[in-house]
Design a protein around this ligand. Structure first.
Ligand code: F6P
Length: 352
């Protein structure tokens, strides 16, 4: 068996742990398996950049961040484009390269964009098994994606750390967390890090509601407040505008909120943007276990030649979801999500 591995899209913690999980399962079961590491995601498949990997290369990587294969973003909208002087589109090139290399299957680790391309490849007859990767936790068909727990841990660490300096100066801290389309990281880190306000793209907010929380806290003698805002959050007023017009120039939602709070309050307001800090470093133990389980399941599917699936967390079990059910869908926070209800019960403002 000749299997190609690739990691695509933005990196996150746990990619190496997941690769190791698949490799260990395959090498353990069939002595004649050959694994080809494809470099930098789909780019490597387009440019024929791969190499045969040895078993030892998957050792000692369980806790390492990043990806030993490298990654890149190849937006789905471009895979049907012709490359410079080429006469075929990228999808056709990938299919041709796969067959020329006589690969039996691809194991693909990626997020939403990656899944669209994976599904398109599988519709062209390529044998594929995918694993759900993204700190955003917005992949449809799985309860969690790997990287999410680790990113929440990083973001929580930031929020925890801000408490003492916020309290010392009696300041408002706005912490802008990753999540353009879905607010899972902000919601979970906000809860774990004791944020007073959590603003997410799924619930447009009003400035008045944020001011009300700050004023209430000030009156009760708590002269500091912590606001977790997802990078995709926007105001109710902006909700009626087309997406592209919701923000002026390079102003991020955190910057915008800080500017507006400064205009209204006689109190220091500071902005913290942890950015890619949330995606770097070691995976948490929970993510390591999760990635290992997903990896084992992905390996098992390959061995059984059950292709066209994404391995997924379904309740407490690892299952498999057809790519046709995953591709092109987004898992945002549903309005009836229990966590939202419980956050409200805890007195956390969601900016409504
Ligand atoms: O998709 C994961 C993610 O980290 C998002 O949360 C964030 O908006 C985006 O990637 C950042 O992308 P890049 O690493 O390309 O700047």
């Amino acid at each position: 068996m000749k299997i190609g591995f690739l990691t695509s899209g933005g990196d996150c913690q746990g990619l190496n742990a997941a690769l190791r999980g698949v490799a260990k399962t395959l090498f353990g079961a069939v002595p004649y398996v050959e694994i080809y590491g494809i470099e930098d995601g789909y780019k490597g498949l387009i440019d024929c950049k791969w190499r045969k990997m040895e078993q030892y290369e998957f050792s000692g990587i369980l806790r390492e961040g990043g990806t030993i294969l490298g990654t890149s973003r190849q937006p789905f909208r471009t895979i049907r484009d012709l490359e410079d002087d080429s006469t075929e589109d990228r999808l056709t090139t990938m299919v041709r390269n796969y067959h020329n290399e006589c690969l039996d299957a691809l194991v693909i680790l990626g997020g939403n964009g990656t899944h669209k391309t994976a599904y398109a490849l599988s519709q062209h007859g390529i044998n594929i098994v995918t694993l759900p990767k993204t700190i955003d936790n917005d992949i449809y068909g799985t309860d969690y994606s790997f990287g999410f727990d680790s990113a929440v841990a990083k973001a929580t660490d930031v929020l925890d750390t801000l408490h003492s300096t916020a309290a010392a100066h009696g300041r408002i801290f706005v912490c802008e967390l990753m999540g353009r389309k879905a607010g899972w990281v902000a919601l979970y880190a906000g809860l774990a890090g004791g944020a007073d306000v959590i603003l997410i793209p799924e619930i447009p907010y009003t400035l008045d509601s944020v001011l009300e929380v700050i004023e209430k806290r000030n009156h009760s003698g708590k002269n500091f407040s912590i606001i977790a805002i997802a990078e995709g959050a926007f105001t109710k007023e902006m909700a009626s505008h087309p997406k592209k017009e919701r923000r002026a120039g390079d102003i991020s939602p955190g910057m915008e909120l800080v500017r507006e709070l400064e205009e209204q309050l006689n109190q220091d307001v500071r902005l913290v943007i942890p950015g890619h800090f949330q995606r770097g470093g070691d995976p948490t133990p929970t993510d390591r276990v999760f990635c290992s389980r997903l990896g084992a399941m992905a390996g098992e599917l390959v061995l059984k030649r059950k292709f066209g699936y994404m391995v997924a967390l379904q309740g407490l079990s690892i299952g498999a979801v057809p790519l046709s059910e995953v591709a092109g869908k987004l898992k945002t926070i549903p309005s009836d999500c229990e966590v939202l209800k419980q956050a409200r019960l805890l007195g956390i403002s969601l900016g409504e």
